[in-house]
Design a protein around this ligand. Structure first.
Ligand SMILES: [Zn+2]
Length: 74
C-alpha cells in the first residue's frame, strides 16, 4: 500500500528542482451539485523553493494561480 502522506515529490516543470510538498486535499473538482456523481480525487499541493511557483497535482501537475497570488502577496 502507498501512504498518501509519502507521495514522491515531482520535479518543477519550470526549473527542474524537486518540489516541496505542502498538503493534500480531497476534491471532486466539481461544483457541489455535481459532486456526488464525480470521483473524489486527492489534490496534492507543492511549492517550488527554487523559482517560487505553486503547483497542484491531481490528474496532472498544473500551476496553481490562486496559491501563487497568496504566496506573492505575503
Ligand atoms: Zn521551479
Amino acid at each position: 500500500m502507498t501512504d498518501q502522506s509519502q507521495q514522491p515529490a515531482p520535479d518543477c516543470p519550470e526549473c527542474g528542482q524537486t518540489l516541496t510538498f505542502i498538503e493534500t486535499v480531497i476534491s471532486s473538482g466539481a461544483f457541489r451539485t455535481q459532486a456526488e456523481n464525480m470521483p473524489q480525487i486527492p489534490i496534492h499541493y507543492y511549492d517550488c523553493d527554487a523559482c517560487g511557483t505553486c503547483w497542484k497535482l491531481g490528474t496532472r501537475l498544473l500551476p496553481d494561480p490562486v496559491r501563487q497570488i497568496a504566496r506573492d502577496s505575503r
